[in-house]
Structure formats: C-alpha cells, structure tokens
Design a protein around this ligand. Structure first.
Ligand code: UDP
Length: 489
C-alpha cells in the first residue's frame, strides 16, 4: 500500500535565469511536467513572472478543463527583485544598458539565494531544476538534501564543447596573435574545429572564463541535467555525455512543442501584428520567404544591418525581418523602403516581438536567418525550416557547427567574431548573405539535400515528446527516479 508521502504528487521547483531565452523554455518545461501529474512551481521576480504568466495561464486553463488528463496547475512563486540599485522594473537581462547594470544584475542573481533557501525550507520540493547560472543553488539544494538538476537552455553538443574548453583550454595553447588559428576541441564526440576568433578567449574574458569554470564545477556536483533537446538529434553526444563525462542527462524536448502559448511566448501581450503577419505570409507561395531574427539579446551594427538589407534585396526572395531598434534607422538603404511598402510587397519588417513559432510553422517560410540561439534552432528544427547561420556569441558558434556540419540543415554566412559588443564584428557583405540564402533555397543539389534533411529531422522532433517517443520516456524515467528517491529519503 502507498504511504502518505508516495501519494503526494512529485513537486519540482524551477528556477529560471532572468532572460527570455531561459524563462520561455522553463515555462514550457514546467507545462510538460505538470501535464504528467507533477506539481510544478516556478520561482521568479515580478517582471519575469509577468513574462511567463501567459504560458502558465494557458497550461493551467488546459489542466482545469481536463484537456491534459491528470495535469496539475503550475504555481509561480513571486519573490521581490533584490534591491541592488537598479531602477524599478529592471529585472531582466534584456533591460540592462551598461556594464554597471550587468554587475548589479549579477549581484541580484546571487541574492536570490535567500528566497530560494526559504522556499526549500518551507515547501521541501522533491527536486529543483536550476538554471546553471545560479551556481550557488548546488550548495543551497545540498543543504536541504534536495537534488539539483541543471538546465542551461542549450544542447548536449554545445555543453560537450563547453566541457572541452573548460577541461582542456585549447585556446590557451594557440598563438596569441592569430585570430584565424584553427582550434580543435579535444574530447568531443564530433570533430569540432573553430577559428580562435570564434571562441571565448580566456585571456580577453577572464571573468567569463572563471564563471564558466565555477558553473562547470557546480554542474558536476549536481544530481543531473535536463536538456531542451531530443535523443535522435544528437545520439553520439548523449552517449558521450553519459558514458564518458559520467553525467546524468535527461532530454525532454523540444519543449516548445508542448507549449500552448505559441503566439505570446515570452511577452505579457500578444504579438501586436501576429494576424497581419500571418495574412501577409498566406499570400506568399510555399517556401518563398526568408525569416530573419536575432533573438532577444543580440543585435547588429548599422553597417551590418545595411548589408543584411542589401543581402535580402539581392536574394530576390520575400522576407520577414524582426528588427530591434529605432524608427529612423541610419542603415536604411535607398530603395529598401519600397521593398517593404505595400506596393513593393517583397518584405515585412516586425518591430518588437514576433510570433516566431507561428512564422516558422507557416508553409510560406523557406529559410531562417538566425543567430543560432538554441531555442530558435530547435524551433526551426521542429518546424522543418533550414537555416542560414549567423552566430554572435554565447553557445551560438557551437550551435552553428552542429547545424551546418553535423545535422547538415544549414549554411553559414561566415561569421568569424565572437562577442557581445557590436564593434567586435566584421561586416559581412550583402552578396555573401544573399549567396548563403540562395544555397539553401535554390534548385541546386546542395539546397535540396539541406531541405530534405530539415524535413526528416522535423518528423523526429515531433515524435520525441509524444507518448512512446524518446523525450516522453525520459520525462517518465526522471519522474520515476525522483519518486523512488523520495521513498528512500
Ligand atoms: N522569440 C519570439 N519572438 C521574438 C524574439 C524571440 O517568439 O520576436 C522567442 C523565440 O521563439 C525563442 C526565444 O524567444 O523561443 C529566443 O531564444 P533563443 O535561444 O533563440 O535566443 P536568445 O534570445 O536567448 O539569444
């Protein structure tokens, strides 16, 4: 007979990092676990709670209506944003405007340890899924005897690259003055070679580097790791991560496929122009539109924007371009306004939040020009849309390798420079951008092979989270393991 303790649903606390690219998949992941009868709480601050609330409300509405049998409602535990001297309402990585803001923000991140600790003591969840950026949560969870699962919003491929960098520091072995030197990442299941300029340089970024090391050490001491990915996407990496690096890993994605919040995704409001955008796409032939977005935190310099505009023009294709920035752009080319006017009707620009999931899944979209953020990558994979890759920093250069060389569902524009500063990037010419688009969308053998692969991969992506799929099974295995652990606690 089950004990009282066994009858209580499993309770998982989610602690997302405070940027959309981490909050969104955590909200989706909570919905996915809640649909399997797990009690889920997301601990975050007021502004960030507002970002994920639409996704949570929709998941909860479904649970109430009984559409997902046995689903439980998700709670958001809202805690004050620590007072570190940031202006009121500045609680998210996208709102930071200076280095000083960034260091205050990270001070606030450390201070979130206090409400986390109180929650652990009072509510005693069965496990915590903590973003890897909260390195302190490994000790805090251990003090309460609660297993910490790490989530970093990236792939196993990229995590294995990172581990190679932290363990072997291959950049350190390179000649100092040659940005084009080829760096091989040892101990990775794939042959991964990048230019020195495409990697985080420990000498130039000592603080980042030290943080990577702290993060890696914290992750190694954790109970395991959950990934927004699926086994069929990266089987060699999963095997490597588990067998060679000795990490426990559960692949539960693509989590966006579990989302009922495909339009709002990460905003309090619906995308203002979702309907207009879809109507515009409806009028275009299948596979004829280039979708361009650089995610929520990356942007391009005016010179890069100008070349991108030229590249879109030269490609001869229709396009939807999500643009962040001012109304009177200094990059605007003569003739470009005509392209995006109702008369020219070649392109649509979206300012602010785009309904990315809806756009990627529209049959008119033929290619995604992307900065290779992992969520965007996986959303494109799930929609069967091939990519033109244009990485900027973070894990994006690893993701590009994965997309172009391993999965073979994209072509790179030839980005060479790792960095979050706009000045750190050499400008890529419009002809090159148009060339990459043409290679993916054109009639040649290369484009056909890429498009075929993308279609095949999308089928696998859709199967993974469904009953009997690999991610569905991984979720079940993790739930069972945590449940069994409770019996022995
Ligand atoms: N996103 C969106 N509309 C936008 C910009 C972004 O829906 O206008 C979503 C996108 O679908 C993805 C996330 O925001 O889920 C961005 O995450 P990603 O990892 O791709 O990039 P990041 O912003 O973290 O660099």
């Amino acid at each position: 007979m089950a004990t009282m303790d066994e009858q209580q649903p499993l309770h998982i606390l989610f602690l997302p990092f405070l940027v959309p690219g981490h909050l969104i998949p955590i909200a989706d992941m909570a919905a996915l676990f809640a649909a399997r009868g797990v009690r889920c709480t997301i601990l975050t601050t007021p502004v960030n709670a507002a970002i994920i609330r639409p996704a949570v409300n929709r998941a909860n509405d479904d649970a109430l209506r009984g559409e997902t049998g046995g689903a439980l409602a998700i709670d958001i535990a809202v805690v004050p944003f620590p007072d570190v001297g940031l202006p009121p309402g500045v609680e998210n990585g996208t709102a930071l405007t200076s280095e000083d803001d960034v260091s205050k923000f990270f001070r606030a991140i450390r201070r979130l340890c206090e409400p986390f600790d109180r929650f652990m003591a009072q509510d005693r969840p069965d496990a915590v899924v903590s973003d890897g950026f909260f390195t302190w949560s490994v000790d805090a969870a251990a003090e309460h005897g609660i297993p910490r699962l790490v989530f970093l919003g990236t792939s196993v491929f990229a995590r294995s690259c990172n581990e190679s960098m932290v363990r072997h520091n291959p950049v350190g072995a390179c000649p100092d003055d040659d940005p084009d030197a080829v760096v091989s990442l040892p101990g990775h299941p794939h042959r991964v070679e990048l230019r020195r300029s495409q990697l985080a340089d420990p000498k130039k970024l000592p603080i980042h580097w030290a943080f990577f090391q702290t993060m890696s050490a914290a992750d190694e001491r954790s109970y395991g790791e959950v990934f927004n990915s699926f086994h069929e996407l990266e089987p060699e990496c999963v095997e490597h991560y588990r067998a060679v690096l000795g990490r426990r890993a559960w692949l539960v994605g693509p989590v966006a496929l579990a989302s009922k919040d495909v339009v709002a995704r990460g905003t309090g409001e619906l995308s203002p122009d979702a309907d207009g955008c879809l109507r515009w796409l409806d009028a275009k032939p299948d596979g004829s539109v280039v979708y361009v977005s650089f995610g929520t935190v990356s942007s391009l310099s005016a010179a890069e924007m100008r070349e991108l505009a030229r590249g879109l023009d030269l490609s001869g294709m229709n396009f939807v371009w999500v643009i962040s920035g001012d109304d009177e752009p200094e990059w605007m080319l003569e003739g470009f306004a005509e392209l995006i006017s109702p008369r020219g009707d070649r392109g649509l620009t979206i300012r602010g939040w785009a309904p990315q999931m809806l756009i990627l899944n529209h049959p008119a979209v033929g290619v995604f020009v992307t900065h290779c953020g992992w969520n965007s990558t996986l959303e494109a994979v799930s929609a069967g849309v091939p990519m033109v890759t244009w990485p900027r920093y973070s894990d994006q250069f690893y993701n590009e390798k994965h997309i172009v060389e391993v999965l073979k569902v994209g072509v790179g524009v030839g980005a060479r420079d790792f960095g979050s500063n706009l000045e750190s990037h050499r400008v890529i010419g419009g002809e090159v951008i148009a060339g990459a688009i043409g290679r993916v969308m054109g009639d040649g053998e290369e484009g056909e092979a890429i498009r075929r692969k993308a279609t095949e991969l999308a089928v696998k992506a859709k199967v993974a989270p469904e009953k009997g799929g690999s991610s569905y099974d991984d979720v079940g295995r993790l739930i069972d393991e945590l449940m069994a652990r409770r019996t022995f606690r």
